[in-house]
Design a protein around this ligand. Sequence first.
Ligand SMILES: [Zn+2]
Ligand SMILES: [Zn+2]
Length: 155
Amino acid sequence: MAATTTAFNSLLQTLQTDFPRITYCVGDDFHWSPSARTVYFRAKSTDMATLLHETAHALLGHTSYNRDIDLVHLERDAWSKTVELGTRYGVNIDNETVETALDTYRDWLHARSLCPKCRQNGVQTAENTYTCVICSQKWIVNDARSCGLKRRKIN
Ligand SMILES: [Zn+2]
Ligand SMILES: [Zn+2]
């Protein structure tokens, strides 16, 4: 199936028919909103892999996560479901797409867990809070994955 908006729109229609409990809606970017039970997608997109990926989150009932490492696990699950959906709907999801996406989350996790003072890996002690095991520095991270990483030292 060629990556055209026509192919994208017909996949979208098929998904809406097959999964009537999920709402599909145009948004600024692709994401799954558990509270609205809605998969948002970009208008005029051709990215069928991402559409299937957000659908996978919806089908798996993914809601929120408490620890960053959980997010990486959720993403891994969502991607294996995406591959499954790809087979079902004739969308080729290659390994590289999956690995690149998972690497992004691994890099994100790594960056968040680095101590801003001594650059060692810290442990997450609460939602958005890390503590360094070497120097005991604590820091807060923002939770917006798409808005860039911010680390702020706290005492
Ligand atoms: Zn995801
Ligand atoms: Zn440290």
